[in-house]
Design a protein around this ligand. Structure first.
Ligand code: RFL
Ligand code: PHB
Length: 390
């Protein structure tokens, strides 16, 4: 089989890139290790920046998002027993974020790709990348019991943090920057109305918590937990009790509980691999970088990478110019590092760290008190939260 761009991974990065290239008349094949159903069952992000929505608009894949997504013009910070609203719209000249599950966005993109006859090979095993340091790269994989070969001009590594693409680059050719946090997030999804119309980020003596949602009828909650904890040890009752203990009395009282649909623990990590290009291999999204989820940036960074990569590949294939692909890594990394900084900062501000003494706790309190007393400080948070321009 032959194509122009072999895309590894059918997550948001791979699907977005595939559709943008298709719209520009550039041929792609996506190789995905998992089944379609498996990919669509993963519960992940929920907050979309306007830039991400703009890409879906450009593709004509946003009808359901605009019908069902919830525009949010503010978020709450809860600390010291008090809720403080950050007015995203007022502080950013009218910008907002949209609550729409990553799962739904993935489904919309898959449906569009299928309707347009785009090729996606699900359950492609043992994907191996070859020859990307030269002009004729290709990918081999196992499907339906036989080994197949996909010839291409470019490989896009959109296969997430655990994928094969970044791992295919010789260690000496890339530099890794990493911080692993000494805690995780235990998340719970339930078919109950959210406690509040907007998200609440909580700093409490018992640790961080987040009240989020997928719709007016479906809530997503998180509590900070130890790295040695197991989701199986958390009954629904234990989760709801712990969440309530981290909230102020009025909010705790207003939480509607119900049986969980999903419960899982995610570790928190900051990670960047540089550069994002190796010859004819380009990394995008979680394959190149990870942020802790506190800033809601992971999916949105994947979208901005894809925007830069799409423009670079359009220049390569349509205008026959390599200027775009030469600049891709530098352009994408400039935005990645700003989102890394924001996610690290908000994580450091809102969580309880095991080695935190009384001094560090007072510093967190003082920074939060300052933040909500200063429009300048709140505006800095707001402009990062709604997403830096690209
Ligand atoms: P993905 O989504 O991991 O997709 C990669 C795809 O590649 C496939 N794959 C392979 N395919 C072929 N061969 C191989 N060897 C392969 N290895 C892997 C995988 O099966 C998969 O289908 O990466 P992508 O596309 O770069 O997208 C990144 C986002 O998924 C991620 O950044 C976000 O989910 C992060 N994130 C959030 N981001 C936000 O912007 N806002 C949020 O509110 C938000 N909340 C979150 C999050 C991530 C979380 N977890 C569980 C990590 C909340 C959580 C709890
Ligand atoms: C979510 O709804 O899953 C979510 C929202 C905001 C975050 C992280 C996760 O910062």
């Amino acid at each position: 089989m032959r194509t122009q761009v072999a895309i590894i991974g059918a997550g948001p990065s791979g699907l977005l890139l595939g559709q943008l290239l298709h719209q520009a008349g550039i041929d792609t094949v996506i190789l995905e290790r998992r089944s379609r159903d498996y990919v669509l069952a993963r519960i992940r992000a929920g907050v979309l920046e306007q830039g991400t929505v703009g890409l879906l608009d450009k593709l004509g894949a946003s009808a359901r998002l605009h019908a069902e997504g919830l525009p949010h013009s503010g978020v709450d910070l809860l600390f010291g027993g008090q809720r403080h609203r950050i007015a995203l719209d007022r502080l950013t000249g009218g910008k907002h974020v949209t609550i729409y599950g990553q799962t739904e966005m993935t489904r919309d993109l898959m449906d569009q790709r299928e309707a347009q006859g785009g090729r996606t090979i699900f359950e492609a095993d043992d994907v191996v990348l070859h020859g990307f340091d030269g002009e004729r790269p290709y990918v081999t994989y196992m499907a339906e019991g036989s080994c197949r070969r996909l010839d291409c001009e470019v490989i896009a590594g959109c296969d997430g943090y655990h994928g094969v693409s970044r791992a295919s680059v010789p260690a000496g050719a890339r530099q890794i920057f990493e911080r692993v946090y000494p805690f995780g997030w235990l998340g719970l999804l339930a078919e109950v109305p959210p406690v509040s119309d907007e998200l609440i980020y909580v700093r409490s003596q018992r640790g961080f918590a987040l009240c989020s949602m997928r719709s007016h009828a479906r809530s997503r909650y998180y509590v900070q937990c130890g790295l040695d904890e197991h989701a199986g040890d958390w009954s629904d009752q234990r989760f709801w009790d712990e969440l309530r203990r981290r909230l102020d009395p009025a909010t705790a009282e207003a939480v509607t509980t119900g049986p969980s649909i999903e419960k899982s623990i995610a570790p928190l990590r900051s990670f960047v691999a540089e550069p994002m290009r190796f010859g004819r291999l380009f990394l995008a999204g979680d394959a190149a970088h990870i942020v802790p989820p506190t800033g809601a940036k992971g999916l949105n960074l994947a979208a901005s990478d894809v925007h830069y990569l799409f423009e670079a590949l359009r220049e390569l294939f349509i205008e026959n110019s390599e200027a775009g692909i030469d600049a891709y890594s530098q352009k994408a990394l400039a935005r990645v590092w700003k989102a890394e900084r924001f996610s690290w900062w908000l994580t450091s501000l809102m969580h309880r760290f095991p080695d935190q003494g009384p001094f560090e706790q007072r510093m967190q309190q003082a920074e939060l008190d300052y933040l909500v007393s200063s429009d300048h400080a709140m505006a800095a948070l707001a402009e990062n939260y709604v997403g830096l321009p690209y």
